[in-house]
Design a protein around this ligand. Structure first.
Ligand SMILES: Nc1ncnc2c1ncn2[C@@H]1O[C@H](COP(=O)(O)OP(=O)(O)OP(=O)(O)O)[C@@H](O)[C@H]1O
Ligand SMILES: [Mg+2]
Length: 255
């Protein structure tokens, strides 16, 4: 009993150890640093496929399990992205041997016995306004969520004393994520170019460098906020140009 409690406290105090021992992840060094951070304001400027959403899911689940009564909101720009993020949370939870109840299509949430809840939402100002008292807010692909959303969540955190983590690949010199990254105060910043991700090979990057317009390559893989005024490629064209060829190492649950 005492041993179990001690173990629980140890894992509760060390999310990185929990991720490795309980979820079986082999963390990259930046992921370990991130999970060890004690900061309540974190910005991550990361390459595509570096593991941003995976880390968002790990942080959310660790907090929910180890701090009873947590309300954790995970936001992403669109429903598809919030579903993907929720699938990662649900897959990890299932890996821990806990059942995942069926979810409604739009509002994806996981409620735990200790009173914690993880709610994954597509990020619009309207979806967030109904929630108060969030103890942790995670914004995935933060460079692409509306600025209005950011202005709606800040006061909410002031009241709850909650933490805010924004993770993103850059998307031009515009918007709140960019502004906070270059000049915001009180943030701990992590920058993770593709070259620091062991799952993305040098050969793959070389191929991408050759086939993508240079500014797209710099944005997607080198954490660079590129000028937008003379941008001749639409977002859609960029999305279609970048492939997801890095092999997934973890499965995701079907929702
Ligand atoms: N530490 C790790 N060990 C093994 N695999 C990992 C690790 N971190 C992430 N991955 C895997 O890398 C892949 C990309 O992860 P993830 O989707 O979290 O990246 P992302 O940065 O959110 O990508 P995108 O830019 O496409 O949104 C996934 O298959 C994930 O399971
Ligand atoms: Mg992602």
């Amino acid at each position: 009993m005492l041993k179990g409690l001690r173990e629980d406290l140890r894992l509760g105090a060390h999310p990185d150890v929990w991720a490795e021992e309980e979820l079986g992840l082999d963390l990259d060094s930046w992921q370990r640093d991130l999970l060890r951070s004690r900061s309540s304001r974190i910005l991550l400027n990361c390459s595509r496929q570096s593991g941003k959403s995976t880390m968002a899911a790990v942080i959310a689940l660790h907090r929910a399990i180890h701090r009873r009564g947590s309300l954790i909101l995970c936001l992403a720009p669109a429903l598809r992205q919030s579903q993907e993020l929720f699938a990662k949370v649900a897959a990890f939870y299932r890996d821990l041997g806990r059942p995942v109840a069926p979810q409604s299509e739009k509002r994806l949430s996981l409620g735990l016995e200790n009173g914690s809840r993880i709610i994954t939402l597509p990020g619009s100002e309207k979806t967030i306004r109904g929630f108060s008292g969030a103890t942790l807010l995670l914004v995935d692909e933060a460079s692409r969520v509306d600025d209005g959303l950011y202005y709606a969540i800040r006061p909410m955190l002031a009241v709850s004393g909650g933490s805010l983590v924004m993770l993103s690949t850059p998307y031009g010199r515009r918007g709140v994520f960019y502004e906070e990254w270059i000049g915001g105060r009180g943030w701990e910043r992590f920058e993770v170019p593709a070259s620091r991700c062991p799952r993305i090979s040098a050969a793959f990057l070389e191929e991408e460098r050759e086939s993508l317009p240079p500014f797209v390559y710099r944005q997607e893989y080198e954490c660079s906020f590129e000028e937008t005024e003379d941008q001749v490629f639409t977002t859609d064209m960029i999305d279609r140009a970048v492939t997801d060829e890095v092999q997934p190492l973890f499965g995701s649950v079907a929702l």
